[in-house]
Design a protein around this ligand. Structure first.
Ligand SMILES: C[S@@+](CC[C@H](N)C(=O)[O-])C[C@H]1O[C@@H](n2cnc3c(N)ncnc32)[C@H](O)[C@@H]1O
Length: 310
C-alpha cells in the first residue's frame, strides 16, 4: 500500500489540541481515530446515509463509455475526501471495462479511511497511491492534484463539500482543474423535514460520541444538539450546526493534558450544508467558475450530482 503524507499525525494532533482549546472541531477530526471510523462504518450500515446516491453512481458507471472516450487511455482519478472509496471504485471498474487504465489517488486526512480506500483500490488491481492531506487547504489540494498531469477525473462525493464552507471549497477545488479535466461533485438537496431528521438521531449521535469519548467526554457529561440555519450569503444555502453542551463541569483529556469545560460551555461539532438545487448550481457556476456538463438527480431526489469542466 502506498501513501504519500502531506498532513502528518503530529500535525493533526496539534490541530486537534488547538481546536479543542477553541471549542470548535472541524470535520476531519470526526474520522481521525480508528474508533470514529468504526462508528462511521456502523452508521453507514445502520442508516441509509446516502439514500439513492449509489443509484446515481450506477448511472454514471453505465455511461462510463462516453466519459472514457473523453480521456486518453491512462486516466488519473483523484478523489477528495475519498472515505472508503466504494463509489469511486464502482465508476473506475466501469471505466476500465470501457478501456481506461485508471490510476487511483484517494485523498483523505484520515489514515484509517485512506487505508480502506487504498486496500480497495489495490484489491481491484488499480494502481493506487493514497494522499494523506487536508482538503480544506488550497495548498494541499493543489499538491494532491499535481499527483498526475491533466486530463484527470476529480471526485468529491457524499456531500463532502457540505462539511466545509462551500463557497470557498468549490473555488479551491476549481483552482485544481485544467482544460480537459472533469469534476464529479454532489450536494444533498435540502428538505424542510428530512434534512434534520436524517442528522438528529441516535445513530448519528453515536458516531459523534465516538470522538467525544476519545477525550473522556461521556453521555452523562452533556448533550449533543443540532440547529438549523440559513447562510445569508445566498438564497438556498441551508446548514445544520451541531454542538456539545456541558451539563456539568468536565475535565477532558486532550493529548495527555487536562482541558476543563464549565457547565454550560459548548464545543462546536462542525456543520453540514444542504442546498436548494439552484443554489448548488450557483455554487458550481458562479463561485467555482465551472461549466455543468451533466446533472444527475438521485432517484429519491436527495442528491444532485454534477459532472463539471473548466
Ligand atoms: C462524509 S465522508 C465522505 C466519504 C466519501 N467521499 C463518500 O462519499 O463515501 C467525508 C470524508 O472526508 C474526509 N475529510 C473530512 N475532512 C477532511 C479534510 N479537511 N481533509 C481531508 N479529508 C477530510 C473524512 O475523513 C471522510 O473520509
Amino acid at each position: 500500500m502506498k501513501v504519500e503524507v502531506v498532513l502528518t499525525e503530529a500535525d493533526i494532533a496539534q490541530e486537534f489540541a488547538e481546536a479543542m482549546q477553541a471549542r470548535d472541531l472541524p470535520e476531519k477530526f470526526f474520522f481521525w481515530s480508528p474508533r470514529s471510523v468504526q462508528a462511521w462504518v456502523a452508521l453507514m450500515a445502520e442508516t441509509s446515509l446516502y439514500g439513492g446516491l449509489l443509484d446515481t453512481w450506477r448511472t454514471l458507471a453505465a455511461g462510463a463509455g462516453a466519459l472514457a472516450r473523453h480521456f486518453p487511455r491512462r486516466l488519473p482519478v483523484i478523489s477528495f475526501g475519498a472515505g472508503d472509496g466504494a463509489r469511486d471504485r464502482l465508476l473506475m471498474a466501469a471505466l476500465k471495462e470501457a478501456g481506461c487504465e485508471c490510476a487511483y489517488f484517494p485523498v483523505d486526512a484520515s489514515q484509517a479511511m485512506l487505508e480502506v480506500a487504498c486496500a480497495g483500490g489495490d484489491d481491484e488491481d488499480f494502481e493506487t497511491v493514497g494522499i494523506k492531506a487536508d482538503i480544506s487547504s488550497p495548498v494541499h489540494l493543489v499538491y494532491a492534484a499535481d499527483a498526475a498531469e491533466p486530463s484527470r477525473l476529480f471526485i468529491m462525493s457524499g456531500n463532502t463539500m457540505g462539511s466545509f464552507d462551500p463557497l470557498a471549497q468549490i473555488r479551491y477545488v476549481a483552482q485544481c482543474l485544467r482544460a480537459g479535466d472533469r469534476l464529479i461533485v454532489d450536494g444533498e438537496i435540502y428538505d424542510p423535514e428530512q434534512t434534520m431528521i436524517r442528522r438528529n438521531n441516535a445513530p448519528v449521535r453515536k458516531f459523534i460520541s465516538a470522538l467525544l469519548s476519545g477525550v473522556g467526554i461521556v453521555g452523562a457529561d452533556g448533550e449533543i444538539r443540532f440547529d438549523a440555519k440559513q447562510d445569508e450569503r445566498h438564497e438556498g444555502l441551508h446548514l445544520i450546526t451541531r454542538y456539545f453542551r456541558a451539563e456539568r463541569d468536565i475535565s477532558a483529556k486532550v493529548g495527555g493534558e487536562d482541558l476543563d469545560l464549565e457547565r454550560g460551555e459548548r464545543i462546536g461539532l462542525n456543520f453540514t450544508y444542504t442546498y436548494a438545487p439552484d443554489s448548488f448550481r450557483w455554487l458550481i457556476r458562479e463561485q467555482g467558475g465551472l461549466e455543468i456538463l451533466e446533472e444527475h438527480r438521485s432517484p429519491d431526489g436527495r442528491f444532485l450530482t454534477a459532472v463539471c469542466a473548466k
